[in-house]
Design a protein around this ligand. Structure first.
Ligand code: SF4
Ligand code: SF4
Length: 82
């Protein structure tokens, strides 16, 4: 499933450059993940890079967006064609 950032985000900015899909950007108050661009890093890395670097562990799986690995991989393929 796509990931989401909780309101515990301290806007440190470190996750932005780690995302291979440019899925993370500053929203009105905290950073936000575009669910149409998040593949959980499938296609690029074995683990979610933003989760690896977030110092306050505020990036979680979005329970409202259950997606299997094939769905995430198809999204990766679509993004690669952009
Ligand atoms: Fe980007 Fe990967 Fe984090 Fe999704 S899991 S927002 S693709 S770094
Ligand atoms: Fe927010 Fe975590 Fe990203 Fe820093 S690394 S901007 S705390 S989500």
């Amino acid at each position: 499933m796509a990931l989401k950032i909780t309101d515990e985000c301290i806007c440190c900015d470190v996750c932005v450059l780690e995302c291979p899909n440019e899925a993370i950007a500053l929203g009105e108050e905290i950073y936000e993940i575009d669910p149409q661009r998040c593949t959980e890093c499938v296609g690029h890395y074995e683990t979610s890079q933003c989760v690896e670097v977030c110092p306050v562990d505020c990036i979680i799986s979005d329970p409202d967006r259950p997606e299997d690995r094939d769905t995430l991989y198809q999204r990766y393929l679509r993004l690669e064609q952009e």
